[in-house]
Design a protein around this ligand. Structure first.
Ligand code: NAD
Length: 328
């Protein structure tokens, strides 16, 4: 039996706790959260105990930790968990600064522990199928990638203020998709943005709509368009143009019912938000983490991927602030 500890009992912590508890041979032993009531509620649901960070990390029976606490805690918890010899699953982003993220990656390397970053989109059945077909050569050599990534609504401004900005908080996933799908690194980035949906977001120093253009080292092109408001739901699509064809990854809908009337044909709008859209992906990534721990399967999303996505997010932030192309 592998025993595990979870840090953070918020929105994503609850999802990870449920998926962790579903793994055969894995038990959620501890839940840690500075908001004790949240920890207690989640621990009770899974027959776990509420402890502090030290107690969780000092327990030799704990082989794995899942870091799902607020972003500003990730780097420190990675460093401490690595020093304690635990396998680590950590939510994105690794940190809000490259220096601290690099320190966390160094600690992982030094300790020789597993450290997986929660870029769950790579585990989404639709996106994974596109990647597999691309790798199988179905559209030849990939040349251009277009990513559409729109949230149904913005988080509270209090969250935006500590989120690190839209590039590090939201587009970090799109930057990871870009690297994964094109199997390439950025040579240059140009990012622009606006505040179109809520002036309070602008007053907090952030954007709610962005357009990013990336040129890769191999000369491929990528465009990412993102907004914090899509009236019709969570819009997650991408399209790859290759030398012999094109692959499109579309949205998921709650049901596949289509209604035909004298005036129109209608279907469900896309699934509401990330908790629904990526339900299968969150389950698959947790299964992958424990498969890596138990069977030595190579990790598909490492702390290195976390660093590279953050590097792009930082480049995009600089590009937007200074209104110039950033070369990497
Ligand atoms: N991969 C994804 O799709 C995805 C989705 C949502 C959130 N996230 C990431 O997950 C993290 C949590 O996001 P959320 O939406 O669940 O936020 P949340 O605010 O709902 O939950 C965060 C929890 O962490 C707790 N916490 C804060 N400091 C702590 C500490 N030092 N030790 C233990 N617990 C602490 C808070 O009390 C809170 O309960 C963020 O880094 C976010 O970027 C990823």
């Amino acid at each position: 039996m592998i025993e595990a500890a979870l840090f953070g009992a918020g929105r994503i912590g609850k999802i990870h706790a449920a998926n962790l508890a579903r793994q055969v041979g894995v038990r959620l032993k501890y839940v840690v959260d500075v908001h004790v009531e949240s920890a207690r509620e989640l621990a009770q649901l899974h027959g776990a105990s509420v402890v502090g960070v030290d107690q969780a990390l000092e327990d030799p029976s704990i082989k794995a930790v899942v870091v799902a606490s607020s972003t500003d805690t990730h780097a420190d918890l990675i460093v401490r968990a690595a020093a304690a010899g635990k396998a680590i699953f950590c939510e994105k982003p690794v940190d809000l600064t490259l220096a601290r993220a690099q320190a966390a990656a160094d600690a992982v390397k030094q300790a020789g522990v597993l450290c997986m970053i929660g870029f769950q989109r790579r585990y989404d059945p639709t996106f994974a199928a596109v990647k597999a077909r691309l790798q199988a050569g179905e559209i030849g050599v990939p040349e251009m990638l277009t990513v559409t990534s729109r949230d149904p609504g913005a988080p509270p401004v209090s969250y935006i203020k500590v989120s690190g900005g839209i590039f590090k908080d939201m587009l970090i996933h799109d930057f990871d998709i870009f690297r994964w799908i094109l199997d390439d690194e950025a040579a240059s980035v140009y990012a622009t943005g606006s505040c179109l949906t809520d002036p309070a977001i602008g007053e907090a120093g952030d954007l709610d709509a962005t357009a990013v253009t990336i040129r890769t080292r191999k000369g491929r092109l990528c465009q990412i368009n993102t907004t914090r408001r899509a009236a019709y739901g969570y819009d997650q699509r991408f399209e790859i143009l290759g030398s012999t064809g094109m692959l499109q990854a579309g949205n998921h809908r709650p049901t596949e019912v289509t209604a035909y009337s004298a005036h129109s044909v209608s279907a469900d709008k896309p699934e509401h938000f990330f908790l629904e859209r990526y339900r299968a992906a969150y389950a698959a990534e947790m299964a992958h983490f424990f498969d890596a721990l138990v069977n030595g399967t190579p990790l598909r999303t490492t702390v290195h991927d976390g660093l590279k996505a953050l590097e792009l997010a930082e480049a995009a932030t600089t590009s937007w602030r200074e209104q110039r192309i950033v070369h990497l």
